[in-house]
Design a protein around this ligand. Structure first.
Ligand code: SF4
Length: 246
């Protein structure tokens, strides 16, 4: 079995607790307007590298002392990593045997059967909420958010720890009513440990140009610091969850 991989970061502190190896998988079914990795969209990109399970485990195991010292582990990201869930499951099974903590970072716009299949081998899910308003989700990502919502409930029912990630994009995802609705939804998910509000930035826009794609957010400015603080306070007070602006 081979995984199609965009890139690997062997020393990250951004995607889960501690020092982690992050494996960016190739392929994504969404088309988020703010995406800064459109080069991960095509599963069969000629730039993807293929790795076997043992080959990737060898890389993951190299940093074991760092995982042990920092409470870290391995995180699969993307693109949408769960498009290659069978490969990830094999790696996670090996990680379990080696006592290495496992996480994936997903939009969860994917079949619930897939999410469920990974539950026994997953220590943490970094779960995006793109938009709780379904119509706005369609405009922002090209897809309906019902699977995202259903899968978050499913993970929670199965007692999988969850960190929520939400990109604050002015004019698209920063309406108070949407943040309120999201916070109230999160309040009912007892396995959500934290919420990260990620301010929009346009750093990936050059990749759209390189790929011949039209970037539609040139006019959108990153959110103001005070606005982010206000939103963080709103979500924190309604969800009763720690909220970070990261
Ligand atoms: S889910 Fe992530 S990788 Fe896929 S389009 Fe959205 S931002 Fe880009």
């Amino acid at each position: 079995m081979k995984g199609k991989i965009h890139s690997i970061d062997t020393f990250s502190t951004l995607d889960g607790p501690g020092i982690r190896t992050i494996v960016f998988m190739q392929g994504c079914p969404l088309r988020c307007k703010y995406c800064h990795n459109p080069d991960t969209w095509a599963v069969n990109s000629p730039n993807a590298q293929e790795y076997g399970v043992e080959e990737l485990m060898e890389i993951i195991l190299r940093n074991r002392p760092y995982y042990e010292a920092s409470g870290g582990g391995v995180t699969f990201s993307g693109g949408e990593p769960l498009l290659q869930h069978r490969f990830i499951k094999e790696i996670f099974k090996h990680c379990r045997k080696e006592n290495i903590s496992t996480a994936y970072d997903s939009s969860l716009y994917i079949s619930s059967r897939v999410v469920l299949s990974l539950v026994p081998f997953t220590n943490l899910v970094l779960a995006d909420i793109k938009q709780v308003n379904n119509e706005k989700s369609r405009l922002l990502t090209g897809a309906d958010n019902r699977l995202n919502i259903a899968n978050l409930k499913l993970l929670n029912e199965n007692k999988v720890p969850i960190w929520i990630r939400y990109v604050v994009l002015p004019g698209w995802t920063d309406a108070y009513e949407d943040l309120e609705k999201m916070a109230l939804f999160i309040r009912d998910l007892s396995y959500v440990e934290r919420v990260d509000l990620l301010p929009y930035h346009a750093l990936g826009s050059h990749k759209w140009k390189m790929l011949g794609l039209e970037y539609q957010l040139h006019e959108v400015e990153p959110p103001a610091f005070n606005h982010l603080q206000e939103l963080a306070q709103l979500v924190s007070s309604l969800s009763q969850c720690p909220v970070y602006v990261t």
